[in-house]
Ligand binder design. Structure first.
Ligand code: NAD
Length: 249
């Protein structure tokens, strides 16, 4: 099935990798529902021949998730991109910070998949194949990083969730994979650099952990995202795909 026939929904499409993939997938011909909690960011999305539809969705709002699933067409693809970084070791992590990371990084994906999967199963009966993509990270069960306790633990849970969903629905035409990027130059990374005590050193440190000696770009991520949401990846499921510029060589 071609991209032109697909309807895809992306969370956190207001900026960063979600935005870049929403634009690229609409340019590839898909009908894309670009969602974010930030109305202003959505308003700045370009028009791509009417194929990029922006809708406000805070993925931590269970009622809003259910309402969007009820009003949406049955999806061919769902990209759960929303997530956050808590900076700190376990000694810096109080219950409120842990709950916030778990809620956005994991529970929101559980709710999104649970809400949209029945429609996706209907669609899979017609087309044979639908795809769920969950945003994880190289900082997860794959590799530990300093000051990333809540982040690493919750992104590891995303990989576990991905494999569980893939195992349960592999016989019904549903594929489910996780993307594990390296350090990517996005607005939130720029925010983490700006908030550091020494921003110049902080940027150098982020670059130094990438063996190619540069940050990744959103355009480095888009081809893998497009692949995983297209039928080209029809024999790929339950995988955590690393696009990390060689960090985990
Ligand atoms: P970003 O962090 O710059 O932007 C995040 C977007 O998420 C914003 O538009 C924001 O409005 C939206 N958002 C935040 N909370 C939301 C909510 N509750 N509901 C809906 N939207 C919400 O973008 P990014 O850096 O590309 O990160 C996107 C994803 O990629 C995250 O899950 C992040 O953990 C993951 N990731 C990022 C990097 C990196 O280095 N940037 C690396 C690996 C994984």
């Amino acid at each position: 099935m071609s991209m032109e026939e697909k309807t895809l929904l992306i969370t956190a499409a207001g900026q960063g990798m979600g935005r870049a993939s929403a634009i690229a997938l609409a340019q590839a011909g898909a009908n894309v529902i670009a969602t974010d909690r930030d109305r202003d960011l959505l308003a700045a999305l370009p028009d791509i021949d009417g194929r990029l539809q922006a809708k406000v969705l805070d993925v931590t709002d269970p009622d809003a998730v259910l309402a969007m699933a009820a009003e949406s067409l049955d999806l061919d693809g769902l990209f759960n991109c929303a997530g956050m970084v808590h900076n700190g070791t376990i000694l810096d992590l109080d219950d409120a910070a842990w709950d916030a990371s778990l809620n956005l990084n994991v529970t929101s994906m559980v709710r999104m998949i649970r809400a949209f999967l029945p429609g996706m199963l209907n669609r899979a009966k017609q087309t044979g194949s639908v795809s769920i993509l969950n945003m994880a990270s190289m900082a997860s069960s794959v590799k530990g990083f300093p000051s990333r306790t809540a982040y690493g633990a919750t992104k590891a849970a995303v990989i576990g969730l991905t494999k569980a969903v893939a195992a349960d629905f592999v016989g019904q035409g549903v594929r489910c994979n996780a993307l594990c990027p390296g350090t990517i130059d996005t607005p939130s990374l720029r925010g983490r650099i700006a908030e550091a005590a020494d921003p110049v050193q902080a940027e150098k440190d982020f670059v130094a952990r990438q063996p190619m000696m540069r940050l990744g770009t959103v355009d480095d991520m888009v081809p893998m995202i497009r692949y995983l949401l297209s039928d080209e990846s029809r024999f790929v499921t339950g995988q955590a795909l690393l696009v990390d510029g060689g960090v985990t060589i």
